[in-house]
Design a binder for this molecule. Structure first.
Ligand code: ATP
Ligand code: MG
Ligand code: MG
Length: 549
C-alpha cells in the first residue's frame, strides 16, 4: 500500500530543517544487547535507517550497554547479523560503554556546579522519599552536601570503597516536580559486575537516562527517535543536555509495534528460550528477526510490513494476519512452484503402460515468466493428498471421487473407477484410468473438468522431513494473562507438527534458505538442519489464512 502523506516524524523533521533547527538527519538505532532483536525492533530499524536514507543523512548503530548484568557478546553479534539481513548498514558502530570516561567527567562537572549529589538513602528509603503521582517527594537528607564532600564521595564510589547499592549519584532537580523522572533521578549506581567490553574497569555504572542523550549528543545525532514510554523522560533528556551545554538532539517518540498473538519483550523471550518452550532464539515460532529468517520470511516482506503498518503516536495492536499476508504477497511474486504431497494416498493408473516414465513440463512461477519451466517425471503410480479424494462426495466436490474425473496438474485427466480398501474399510489405494488425449499443453480431447490437483510420482518422490509450524500462542494477547495464569497456559500444543513429505525430484537440489511454494498448500523453506541424508523443510505460511478454521 502507498502512503500518500508524510507521518508526524517526517513533518517534524521537515519543520526543523526548514527553520534551521537541525543541520541534517542523523539518527541511530540503540539496542540494549540483552537479547535477540524482535519484529518490534525491525520497525525501529526501518524507521531510523529509512529516515537517514530518505533525507541523505546517516544512521549509527549504538549498543546501549550500561547494564552489565544482562548484556552479552552473543547478543551484540546477533543484532548486527539481523540488521544486515534486514538490508541495512550503519554509518558507524558505537557502544555507550565507549563513553563511560566522558560521562564520568561530565558527572564531576555537574557535581562541581552543584547540580548532582551523592545520596546514602537505601533503595527503599529512596522510593519512600520520592512521593507519588499525587504527592510531592521530600528532599533527601544528603541533598545539601558540599561540592567538596560530593566530589570526594563520588571518587570513592568509583574507586570501589563502598559496597554495591550503598550509595548513588543523583541529579539535583526538583523533588516536587509533577514528572517523577525529575525528582532527583539516579545517575550512577555501584555495581560490581564484569562488563562485556570494559571488564572490571568500573564498579559504578551510569543509568539509561544519564547515558542516552549524551551518547546521542557525542555522535551528533539530530533526531533521537524512541518509543512512547520515554515521553516522560524527555524533560530529563533536555535537562542534561542544557546543563552540560552540549549539542542537543531532539527526542521524538512513536508508538511501539504490537502484534496480536505475539509475546515480544526480551524478558519473556528469554524465559521461553531458557525454559525450553522453543528450541532457541531462532526457533521458527519466535517473534525474533532470526526466528522469522529461519521460518523463511524474506527481509522484503518484513520491510514492507513495517512500512505498511505506519508510524503512530498512540499504541494499538496490529492483526498478525497483516504480517502473514506480507510474506504471502512477496513469496507469491518470487517463489518457484513445486509439487509436494504431505498426506499421501496412492493413486494407480490401471491403463498406464507397465514401467513407463514420461516427462511433463510445468511452469515455475505464473507470476514471473522469466522463472521458466521444469520437467517432472510422470508414471502409473502416484501420490496424491488424502484430502483430494472422497469415496462419497457431494455434488460440489470438484476434486477426485469415485466415478469422477480430475486433472493432474501438468499431467492428464484421470477417471476414478474403483478403490482398494484395507480390512477396516479404509481406502488405501485409488484406481484410475488416464485419458491419453488430455496431456497438459497438448490436450486435443475437448474435455473439461472442474478440479486440478497436485501429485508426485511415487518412484521419483524425494522424502523429506516437513515441519508444520503454526502460531505459538492460542490467544490474541499472551502478554496479558488472566489472574493466576502465565503465558505458558496459552501455548499452542499444535504449534509444531513434524511429518514426512513426498516431493517432486527437482526439490532435491534445493539448498538451506531456498523458498518455494508447495502448490495448493503453502510456502516452505529449506531449513539449515538439512543434511546429505535428509532434507528438512519448514512451513513459512499456508496459502490462505486457516487459523481456527
Ligand atoms: P524489549 O524489552 O521488548 O526488547 P526494549 O525497548 O527494551 O524492548 P531496546 O533494545 O532498548 O529494547 O530497543 C532498541 C530500540 O528499539 C529502542 O529505540 C526501542 O524504542 C525500539 N523498540 C523496541 N521495541 C519496539 C517495538 N515493539 N516497536 C518499535 N520499536 C521498538
Ligand atoms: Mg531499552
Ligand atoms: Mg528491554
Amino acid at each position: 500500500a502507498k502512503r500518500e502523506s508524510k507521518h508526524f516524524i517526517q513533518q517534524a523533521i521537515d519543520a526543523d530543517l526548514a527553520a534551521g533547527r537541525a543541520s541534517g538527519v542523523f539518527t541511530r538505532f540503540p539496542p540494549e544487547p540483552n537479547g535477540y532483536l524482535h519484529i518490534g525492533h525491525a520497525k525501529s530499524i526501518c524507521l531510523n535507517f529509512g529516515l537517514a536514507k530518505e533525507y541523505g543523512g546517516t544512521c549509527n548503530l549504538r549498543f546501549d550497554d550500561t547494564n552489565p548484568a544482562k548484556e552479552e557478546t552473543e547478543y551484540v553479534e546477533s543484532i548486527q547479523e539481523d540488521i544486515r539481513w534486514l538490508g541495512f548498514d550503519w554509518d558507524s558502530l558505537h557502544f555507550a560503554s565507549d563513553y563511560f570516561d566522558q560521562l564520568y567527567e561530565w558527572a564531576e562537572r555537574l557535581i562541581s556546579e552543584g547540580d548532582a549529589y551523592v545520596c546514602d538513602l537505601t533503595a527503599e528509603q529512596t522510593r519512600e522519599y520520592r512521593g507519588t503521582l499525587t504527592e510531592p517527594g521530600r528532599n533527601s537528607p544528603f541533598r545539601d552536601r558540599s561540592v567538596e564532600e560530593n566530589l570526594d564521595l563520588f571518587r570513592k564510589m568509583r574507586a570501589g570503597e563502598f559496597a554495591d547499592g550503598s550509595r548513588v549519584l543523583r541529579a539535583k532537580i526538583d523533588m516536587a516536580s509533577p514528572n517523577m523522572n525529575l525528582r532527583d533521578p539516579v545517575m550512577y549506581r555501584i555495581l560490581r559486575a564484569t562488563h562485556h567490553r570494559t571488564g572490571d574497569k568500573w564498579c559504578i555504572y551510569p543509568t539509561y537516562d544519564w547515558t542516552h542523550g549524551q551518547s546521542d549528543s557525542i555522535e551528533g545525532i539530530t533526531f533521537s527517535i524512541c518509543t512512547l514510554e520515554f515521553e516522560n523522560h524527555r524533560p530529563l533528556y533536555d535537562w542534561y543536555c542544557e546543563k552540560l551545554g552540549i549539542h542537543h538532539p531532539r527526542q521524538i517518540e512513536f508508538a511501539k509495534l504490537k502484534l496480536s498473538t505475539l509475546l515480544m519483550g526480551k524478558r519473556h523471550m528469554l524465559r521461553m528460550v531458557k525454559e525450553g518452550y522453543v528450541s532457541g532464539w531462532d526457533d521458527p515460532r519466535m517473534p525474533t528477526i532470526s526466528g522469522y529468517r529461519r521460518r523463511g520470511y524474506t527481509p522484503e516482506s518484513l520491510r514492507n510490513f513495517c512500512a505498511d503498518a505506519g508510524i503512530a503516536k498512540f499504541n494499538s495492536t496490529i492483526d498478525i494476519i497483516r504480517l502473514e499476508n506480507a510474506v504471502r504477497e512477496h513469496l507469491n511474486a518470487v517463489a518457484l512452484r513445486r509439487m509436494a504431497v504431505l498426506d499421501p494416498i496412492k493413486l494407480t493408473i490401471t491403463n498406464w503402460p507397465e514401467g513407463k516414465v514420461e516427462m511433463t513440463e510445468a511452469i515455475n512461477n505464473p507470476e514471473d515468466p522469466a522463472a521458466g519451466k521444469r520437467e517432472i517425471p510422470f508414471s502409473g503410480s502416484l501420490w496424491i493428498e488424502q484430502d483430494d479424494f472422497r469415496e462419497e462426495a457431494p455434488r460440489k466436490f470438484f476434486r477426485l471421487k469415485k466415478g469422477g474425473a480430475v486433472r493432474l496438474r501438468a499431467g492428464y485427466i484421470v477417471d476414478c473407477h474403483d478403490v482398494v480398501k484395507d480390512a477396516d474399510g479404509n481406502v488405501i489405494e485409488i484406481l484410475c484410468t488416464y485419458d491419453p488425449e488430455t496431456k497438459s499443453g497438448s490436450d486435443s480431447s475437448g474435455r473439461k473438468v472442474k478440479g486440478t490437483i497436485h501429485w508426485v510420482s511415487a518412484q521419483h518422490a524425494v522424502e523429506a522431513e516437513v515441519r508444520l509450524y503454526d502460531r505459538l500462542f492460542t490467544v490474541e494477547n499472551p502478554g496479558d494473562p488472566e489472574e493466576g495464569k502465565t503465558f505458558v497456559d496459552y501455548l499452542n500444543p499444535d504449534s509444531l507438527k513434524v511429518i514426512t513429505g513426498y516431493l517432486e525430484p527437482a526439490l532435491a537440489e534445493a539448498k538451506a534458505g531456498d523458498r518455494v511454494q508447495f502448490e495448493r498448500l503453502g510456502y516452505y523453506v529449506v531449513d539449515p538442519d538439512t543434511t546429505q541424508q535428509k532434507m528438512v523443510f519448514n512451513r513459512i505460511v499456508s496459502l490462505r489464512d486457516t487459523w481456527g478454521k
